[in-house]
Design a protein around this ligand. Structure first.
Ligand code: SAM
Length: 396
């Protein structure tokens, strides 16, 4: 019963201080009665301490405290809104990290150094990206951030005179998979797991896509994505012939439309580590969701394979997650590359993202020694991520 009593009153009693809350106003704290015995957030923390403690070693304590602290947001500029928005963001004290880093980033170390230690089965064609990364970065994607260590919050975006919102708040590191995708003029693009639509919106900001297929298995989340597009993109720009929105099981995409897209983004469902540590709602660490959680690597591998099939030979696929888990990141990529070759006769090469991430090393903290992709580690002075990304080039 003690747990049902307001803790403030208990504390006051304990300290011998008379309660200042009149008896009639005292309420039993509701949370005490409804709080789960084993909160999913606590189970997530236990799980992470066990797994990431080993995986990240001495880096884990600082990543842990950052993930338990307030996340830092970026403001993705909406090119379809009135241009004053950038002045507004600058007035708030924020700067575009894509432009700043690309214009001032000095590359250190070579792609060769980065790719040392890769297994021969996943050869890296590093020089292609090394040579093209600067011109390839879309000049139209702009994401504003407050300076390192500055934890100010953005004001909510205001609609312009046409009702279009000027910016979209998101984890700035989630722009990296879209930049890595390297969308070029006239490309056809598939966003296989798209809702609620942050990366779809970033893809549209490139102003380069000829046809965009946007898919998410969840009907309710697809509806949310539509609402995002309605708020940010004038209707005439996402007509059916340019933007196709579907709610299919992405695992079956390879059966529907193979060898088609220039670029495919596979931003899979995962343990969403930050959410799992902080929110009970929709938490995948709830006991009742154990099986679903255990099956994630399988679902992720199937989705990545479908994405690889959907890409045309010569096309590129970016796989991304918002977890630190090796099982959901590197292991999934390795397994999918192997299965694509063995079971589908499709050869894919892992691309070296070192040249891209070196441009952004002043903005994000990247994990050392990631073999295939890149991993953004949360840090108190740059509290973005976790975001994992890996780029695959479909050869045949
Ligand atoms: C990490 S979220 C995607 C976030 C999104 N790309 C963004 O930037 O806003 C993963 C999404 O995958 C969807 N999903 C889960 N299983 C799927 C499946 N079999 N096929 C397609 N989408 C799926 C979920 O509904 C969820 O919206």
């Amino acid at each position: 019963m003690a747990a049902l009593i307001d803790t403030r009153i208990l504390l006051q009693k304990f300290r011998g201080i008379p309660s200042i809350i009149p008896r009639r106003n005292r309420v039993k704290a509701k949370w005490a009665a409804t709080r789960p015995k084993f909160p999913a957030t606590g189970l997530a923390l236990q799980n992470f301490d066990m797994n990431y403690g080993t995986q990240l070693g001495e880096l884990w304590p600082s990543v842990r405290v950052s993930m338990l602290s307030e996340q830092k947001y970026g403001a993705l500029v909406n090119n379809f809104a009135a241009p004053e928005v950038m002045r507004d963001l600058e007035m708030q004290g924020a700067r575009d990290f894509v432009y700043i880093d690309v214009s001032s980033g000095e590359e250190s170390g070579t792609a060769q150094e980065h790719s040392q230690g890769l297994p021969s089965s996943v050869l890296t064609s590093s020089e292609t990206l090394e040579d093209t990364v600067r011109p390839a970065l879309s000049p139209n994607i702009k994401c504003f951030l407050f300076p390192r260590g500055d934890i100010s919050r953005f004001r909510p975006a205001r609609p312009d005179s046409c009702g279009t919102l000027g910016y979209y708040l998101l984890d700035a590191a989630s722009v990296l998979p879209v930049l890595a995708l390297d969308v070029q003029e006239g490309h056809t693009v598939l966003d296989l797991c798209a809702a609620p639509g942050g990366k779809t919106l970033a893809l549209l900001q490139t102003l380069a896509i000829r046809r965009l297929a946007v898919n998410d298995a969840s009907v309710s989340r697809t509806a949310r994505l539509r609402r995002v597009l309605q708020s940010y993109v004038p209707k005439e720009l996402w007509t059916e012939d340019r933007v196709r929105i579907t709610s299919f099981d992405g695992r079956k995409w390879g059966e529907l439309e193979r060898d088609t897209f220039d670029r495919v983004l596979v931003d899979v469902p995962c343990t969403t580590d930050r959410h799992s540590l902080l929110e009970e709602d929709n938490n995948i660490f709830k006991r009742i969701r154990t099986k679903e959680r255990q099956k994630l690597p399988l679902l992720q591998t199937q989705l990545l394979l479908a994405g690889i099939q959907a890409a045309r030979p010569g096309g590129d696929v970016v796989y991304s997650t918002c977890t630190l888990s090796q099982l959901q990141n590197e292991c999934v990529v390795e397994h999918a590359v192997h299965l694509a070759q063995e079971e589908m006769g499709i050869t894919v090469h892992v691309q070296d993202l070192g040249p891209l991430t070196r441009l952004f090393r002043d903005t994000f903290r990247f994990a050392p020694s990631i073999r295939l992709g890149e991993l953004v580690l949360p840090h108190l002075t740059a509290n973005f991520g976790p975001i994992y990304l890996c780029k695959l080039h479909r050869v045949s």
